[in-house]
Design a protein around this ligand. Structure first.
Ligand code: URA
Length: 257
């Protein structure tokens, strides 16, 4: 029993955390039974990274769909119906947003993880618990009704990348029009860009978060503060002092607006 539990824990740790079939399939047996394919001429070179043809073809569609959405509900529906991004097919739920859309502060994270994919809301796992504690320390929360104390939270990508891998630049480029429209429709006074993908995407830079964090920038005509992602703070608690300085900077900025 202990061994079975240990095996299960190991599988979850390795990212095999979804049940796809009622009964297990032995792929080794299948491979042994399948006759080798006939060889006709030289076989093509294996391509570990196939060109994201669908992604590139779908880019104009995501721009048009995003632009056509008159409000947040329509944007959510347009994203849910969008078939151009392969991540959708490996995800359980579209993760659109949480908190209050009228909040002064909008947080943009990276992409859903396992818990977010399961529940359909951003930042509900360990990173989310830390994020909530961080913002509570400066009087902001996703549950607040008063927009001056509320948060609105979304991600750069609305679907979980398989095994929580980093989002690819094609996936981000494809979904960026939806993110820009999301910001335009929510119209926050201030943006907080959590981690590398959000900061690099919205600031259109290749500079990493370690150099960007703490320096106010502008995104779509409003102040934007890049910060370390809470997951980075969980990995390296010595970064928490810098995150605290950034939170105080955000608090001070809100007092001036
Ligand atoms: N990390 C993110 O960037 N977003 C989430 O929603 C969860 C974890």
């Amino acid at each position: 029993m202990q061994d079975a539990l240990a095996d299960l824990a190991w599988l979850v740790e390795m990212g095999a955390d979804e049940v796809l079939e009622d009964a297990p399939i032995n792929r080794f047996e299948e491979a042994a039974e399948t006759p080798p394919a006939p060889v006709r001429g030289p076989s093509p070179a294996p391509n570990a990274n196939p060109a994201p043809v669908a992604a590139l073809d779908a880019a104009p569609a995501s721009t048009q769909l995003a632009q056509a959405a008159p409000d947040l509900d329509a944007l959510r529906s347009a994203m849910a119906a969008f078939e151009g991004c392969a991540l959708k097919h490996g995800a359980r739920n579209l993760v659109f947003s949480d908190g209050q859309a009228a909040a002064r502060v909008m947080i943009v994270g990276e992409a859903p993880g396992r818990e977010e994919d399961r529940i359909g809301k951003p930042f509900v796992g360990r990173s989310g618990q830390l994020l909530d504690a961080m913002f509570a320390a400066i009087g902001l929360s996703r549950g607040a009704e008063d927009p001056t104390q509320a948060l609105y939270i979304t991600n750069t990508l609305p679907w979980r990348p398989p095994q929580n891998r980093d989002p690819s630049s094609d996936e981000i480029a494809l979904m960026k029009p939806f993110l820009l429209r999301h910001i335009a429709l929510a119209d926050p006074q201030v943006l907080v860009l959590m981690g590398n993908p959000a900061s690099k995407t919205l600031l259109e830079t290749t500079t990493g978060i370690t150099r960007l964090r703490g320096t106010w920038a502008e995104v779509m005509g409003r102040p934007a503060l890049p910060m370390f992602h809470p997951a980075a703070l969980l990995r390296d608690p010595s970064k928490k002092a810098l995150a605290w300085a950034d939170l105080l900077s955000l608090k001070a900025k809100l007092e001036t607006l």
